[in-house]
Write a protein that binds this ligand. Structure first.
Ligand SMILES: [Zn+2]
Ligand SMILES: [Zn+2]
Length: 755
């Protein structure tokens, strides 16, 4: 080392730098550039000191070659006096203060591990549980912090001498890789991979233990197998996802353009979410995989076992060349959550509860500590967006505009998630589900406890939906901290404001199925002025009657009948609809009995679907709207198809037009006119209030046709438009917005109190 030009630099690094191979990476770089010094993990990040005359090259390489899971958020540098007699670079023993550290999310197999997996000479050859600091399970196997082997599901597996040597070798990729394991010392699968594939080929349904829970797998091209799975799962129409070996295999089933970098990058990212893509027709896939929808959820292998399954299906070739070859083996992969209860994670529970669905259960002896479904995403105008945020993204924090008091937000009733804030970070939980059964509610309580414990947070305020009868709202009332009820659509819009750091006044459009408004009204098509913790309703969709109240949400034909009534044509209802109870329904509408009004956009879509005979009765939430969207070929605008009066947007003219339309033409007209109408409405509001920042939120913005066109149109007008990206647009993102509103209210109160 040339000590004359030697400099010494001290760096404080924050971000995702622990449990991701950052220290061995720095160690390797220091050796490459002949630098001395040390590195140290501590409670809030990493401290690094380097000395020598190639520090600039080191820093360049540090940024350019960062391990796949590492992310540097901040790096403070300071020149310090050089130290004589320092000859090497060492990794110092960690100072652990668990409270500000976080558990990293799970990650798919890295390229180095993949090579070992299919290298006959490697001691990890064909071992379904290999991993390293750059990949593998994290969140789903961790009981508590600090993130240390003893606090994970790996604590019961004692490292063999070879694994231990790698674990303690600072130059090794497995240095302090907490979940590291090999065939000699790690978990074991209950069935040989070749047998798994053989059974799948025979058309059997397998329950296979994955990263965050059991999946049900079957051959996606075997119609009979998929049909059997639907029957046994009682899941008549809800779409399934499909997994295949690689992109070129997936391209047989979905359209992914060669220049569609966003979709390809997302599918191949270390997070490996399920991504929605346009479905190909006549691809050989069973029509029951995603019935009557034009989109299909697809995913690439993310555990070593997934890779082994596809490798076996190709005849067990060694090496990694096969990974580029297209194969026709594709599997349905769906969560094993019988009866709408949470994902099954326990071996014994699987034997009891999945026996009636699966022909055979494949498990292993590593326990799943934290249940986590697959994440589901789609791309809108090149922006990846969440439909369900779970595996591989949780528990990564979402940065808030600034610090707020610690908050717990308990979400809504459907697609529940919870959120805990600490400082300027929001920790949104994984997808919990619909809080309609005891098991899901238990999962909800467990998740809250786990988040509060691992983050070391005692909430100053608990936020909940303004619907007092939601189980989540009742839980909040019992919790024992001060509470704040947050209006549903305000929360939706606040979630978008929070993640995009919008703190100035903005105009928000929330479109969804149902949320309780003021005076117990049913809302769902709301135009609001949003100013942080305050909102003002400045407009809404013209309400429609919901004959039979809640039942109308499951039966689109009822909403269609309500349109007839609004048109003064209720005498036609019994002629047009043949459902049982149609006569009583007409009377209900005429007398206004059991017909609460709603401004819901979800019900507007239902009405359109009902009028076009696309769907009379829904099997699952959102089905009518999804089928309607699937029919769109080219949107068409009906002139004078809407009216705006006193802030109210009325789409009655286009609804009337649908009565005599064929489904495709109708879907084109409805979408085109709705988009033009919303755009018109928003532009008027923007001018009137002199605000150019617009927020779009709510489950309806998962409609790709709607969100994509509206975003384009408004942006072209020079407006700033923001949609949710880091949290789902639907109720899965509600808790983030609730937390932001509650945290801000309390912060404001405290500031006033001290003034
Ligand atoms: Zn790896
Ligand atoms: Zn071992």
């Amino acid at each position: 080392m040339n000590e004359e030009n030697s400099k010494r630099l001290h760096c404080e690094i924050t971000g995702t730098v622990q449990g991701v191979g950052f220290r061995p990476f720095c160690h390797g770089l220091a050796q490459r550039f002949n630098l001395s010094g040390w590195i140290l993990n501590h409670g809030s990040g990493v401290s690094l000191e380097i000395q020598g005359n190639t520090i600039d090259q080191f820093l360049q390489a540090l940024k350019a070659e960062l391990p796949p899971l590492a992310r540097i958020e901040q790096m403070e540098q300071q020149t310090v006096p050089t130290q004589i007699n320092e000859r090497s670079f060492i990794i110092r023993k960690s100072r652990q203060s668990a409270i500000t550290a976080a558990i990293p999310p799970d990650s798919s197999v890295c390229s180095e591990c993949l090579k070992e997996l299919f290298d006959p000479a490697s001691r990890f050859s064909r071992y379904p549980f290999l991993n390293c600091t750059r990949c593998g399970p994290r969140y789903t196997i961790t009981h508590s912090l600090p993130y240390d082997r003893n606090n994970t599901a790996m604590s019961t597996f004692e490292l063999c001498p070879e694994c231990e040597a790698e674990y303690n070798d600072p130059t090794n990729r497995r240095f302090h890789a907490q979940p590291t394991a090999c065939p000699a010392c790690g978990p074991q699968l209950s069935m040989p991979v070749d047998e798994i594939v053989q059974r799948l080929r025979q058309g059997q349904i397998l329950a296979v233990k994955g990263l965050g829970g059991f999946h049900l797998l079957c051959d996606a091209c075997n119609h009979e197998a998929v049909e059997t799975l639907r029957k046994r799962k009682n899941r008549e129409a809800k779409p399934f996802a499909v997994i295949a070996a690689n992109l070129s295999s997936l391209k047989q089933f979905v359209i992914i353009d060669d220049d569609d970098d966003a979709t390809q990058a997302l599918l191949e990212s270390p997070q490996r979410p399920i991504v929605l893509a346009p479905k190909k027709t006549n691809s050989g896939l069973s029509s029951l995989v995603a019935p009557e929808l034009n989109c299909l959820g697809v995913v690439l292998p993310y555990t070593p076992l997934h890779y082994l399954i596809f490798n076996s299906a190709m005849g067990n070739p060694s090496g990694t060349d096969w990974l580029q070859k297209s194969g026709d083996f594709a599997l349905v992969m769906t969560s094993a959550n019988p009866g709408g209860e949470p994902l099954v994670i326990d071996n014994l529970e699987a034997k009891q509860r999945l026996r009636s669905i699966a022909d055979v259960i494949v498990d292993h002896n590593r326990i799943i500590v934290t249940r986590c479904d697959d994440s589901v995403m789609k791309i809108t105008n090149k922006i990846p967006r969440f439909i369900r945020r779970a595996r591989s993204y949780v528990p990564q924090a979402i940065k808030l505009p600034y610090e707020i008091p610690s908050t717990l937000a308990v979400g809504g009733h459907l697609k529940n998630t919870v959120c805990v804030t600490r400082g300027d970070e929001a920790y949104l939980s994984q997808h919990i589900g619909d809080l309609k059964n005891r098991a899901t509610f238990n999962f909800f309580e467990e998740t809250i406890q786990h988040l509060l414990d691992t983050l070391g947070v005692k909430p100053e305020i608990v936020a909940h939906d303004s619907h007092p009868d939601f189980f989540s709202s009742r839980f909040a009332q019992r919790f024992g901290s001060p509470t704040l009820a947050v209006q549903h659509h305000h929360a939706h819009l606040a979630a978008v404001a929070a993640e995009h750091h919008i703190t100035q006044p903005s105009i928000g459009l929330a479109l969804d199925g149902f949320g309780m408004g003021e005076n117990n009204q049913s809302w769902g098509g709301e135009l609001m002025l949003i100013d942080n913790e305050h909102y003002q309703r400045i407009g809404h969709l013209t309400p429609l009657k919901q004959p039979g109240a809640d039942r109308a949400a499951r039966e689109p034909w009822r909403m269609a009948a309500a349109v007839y009534e609004r048109l003064g044509r209720s005498q036609e209802i019994t002629v047009r609809f043949k459902q049982t109870g149609v006569k009583q329904l007409q009377q209900m509408l005429d007398k206004g009995f059991n017909c609460p009004e709603t401004s819901s956009a979800g019900r507007l879509f239902d009405a359109a679907a009902g009028l076009l005979n696309v769907q009379s009765i829904s099997d699952y939430e959102g089905q009518a709207a999804m089928k309607l969207e699937s029919l769109v070929t080219q949107t068409e605008i009906m002139e004078n198809g809407w009216q705006i009066r006193n802030g109210q947007l009325d789409l009655l003219p286009v609804l009337e037009r649908l009565i005599n339309c064929d489904p495709v033409r109708g879907a084109n007209l409805f979408h085109g006119t709705l988009i033009a109408a919303l755009s018109d409405w928003l532009k008027q509001a923007s001018i009137q209030h002199n605000i150019s920042t617009l927020l779009l939120a709510g489950g309806c913005f998962h409609n790709q046709v709607l969100s994509s066109a509206l975003l384009q149109d408004l942006t072209r007008q020079g407006l700033t438009v923001r949609l949710s990206e880091q949290a789902p647009s639907n109720d899965g993102g509600l808790s983030l917005g609730q937390a932001w509103v509650a945290g801000m209210s309390l912060k404001r109160k405290w500031t006033k109190g001290s003034a």
